[in-house]
Ligand binder design. Structure first.
Ligand code: BDR
Ligand code: CA
Length: 354
């Protein structure tokens, strides 16, 4: 990356979350990413815990100047559900990050979204890796938001793929289906290159992180980690020297264990880091225009996302659905970036083997 490479201004809305955590690390590691603010929504864990997790990761990585704003603590209509069994009691698996010293912003997340797009119309990329509550609320106040954003990238939904929350619904949509529908409806009628990019389970469940991916980071930074192997007992903690690798491993270990106990193998689906990479580099995916809508009723199908690729509803496309990518190339990119961040953080703390 040259010094003249333009930076990409981003608003990142998260429900951190193990994979949201790695998405943040990836963005912090990416010189082209200019994180304007991180907005927090309730999802994997309650919104205040999400904010604490974000502040803690930022501080660990020496990025303590990025604003972290709290959003809605509940979905617009549905009762809040959280999933500590998937992401750990605090949402970051077994990781025990140093308590952050900074406070949550005084601005509300919706205000952050609105101010960012009004200040730099047509320039900001929005990335949402949690439920769409904050964005839906922001849209109520600023209906022009879809035209003021440069592009929106969403991790959410499942189309020709089983859900992960109900048989037909994906977590981020299932937590707040009304907000998801509001967002898809609001993005109707935009030019093709402005339609939200949707990273659904169809593709994100192909992004399988395995212990060897973390071992490659360890090797790249001259560290080692005994806690990665499936042969070690559940709950084993990382002994890594490098703090980024150690906390990341403790977080992801919990996610591996969740996946293995759900018969998916010793792996973890890295939905959110993939969406983050798409936000910076949409050229890594193949997109297909579709009209996307969300089922709000249905005795069995509430929260289902449906993509009409053939125009059968007679409505214009309102989304660009990711239909293909190269997972191995994504992991190469992720490992390079996160390894560099880990070295930088350790060097800043005065340690390291380099
Ligand atoms: C999504 O749900 C959350 O548990 C993950 O963080 C990801 O954003 C995957 O369905
Ligand atoms: Ca998430």
């Amino acid at each position: 990356m040259s010094e003249t490479t333009p930076r990409i201004p981003l608003i990142v809305d998260v429900d951190t979350g193990i994979d949201d955590s790695l998405a943040l690390l990836y963005l912090l590691a990416s010189p082209e990413a200019e994180i304007l603010a991180i907005t927090c929504t309730a999802g994997n864990v309650p919104a205040r815990q999400v904010a604490i997790n974000n502040l803690a990761w930022l501080e660990l990585c020496g990025a303590g100047d990025i604003e972290v704003a709290l959003g809605s603590e509940v979905p617009v209509l549905a009762p809040l559900m959280t999933t500590e069994e998937t992401h750990g009691p605090q949402g970051i698996g077994y990781a025990e990050l140093p308590a952050p010293t900074r406070s949550i912003s005084e601005r509300h997340a919706t205000q952050v979204w609105i101010d960012a797009v009004r200040t730099a119309p047509g320039q900001v990329i929005g990335l949402v890796t949690g439920p769409l509550t904050n964005l839906a609320l922001a849209l109520r106040i600023e209906p022009e938001l879809p035209r003021l954003l440069k592009r929106l990238v969403i991790m959410g939904g499942s189309f020709h793929h089983s859900g992960n929350t109900t048989p037909v619904s994906e977590w981020n949509i299932a937590v707040d289906p009304e907000s998801a529908k509001m967002v898809f409806d609001a993005f109707s009628g935009l030019p093709d290159d402005r339609a939200p990019i949707v990273c659904a389970l169809d593709v994100t469940e192909r992004i399988e992180m395995r212990p060897e991916h973390l071992q490659r980071i360890a090797a790249a930074i001259g560290d080692e980690d005994a806690a990665l192997s499936p042969d070690t007992p559940f709950g084993s903690r990382s002994q890594a020297r490098n703090p980024v690798l150690r906390h990341l491993t403790d977080a992801v270990r919990f996610y591996f264990e969740f996946h293995v106990t759900h018969d998916q193998g010793w792996l973890a689906h890295m939905h959110d880091p993939f969406a983050a990479a798409v936000a910076l580099h949409p050229e890594i995916v193949t997109l297909r225009p579709a009209t996307v809508d969300v089922e709000l009723g249905g005795t069995l199908s509430r929260g289902q996302t449906i993509a009409d690729y053939a125009g059968l509803w007679g409505r214009e496309p309102n989304a660009a659905v990711v239909v293909d990518t190269d997972p191995a190339a994504f992991f190469d990119h992720l490992i390079d970036r996160v390894s560099a961040l880990a070295v930088r953080v350790e060097e800043a703390a005065g340690g390291g083997s380099h």
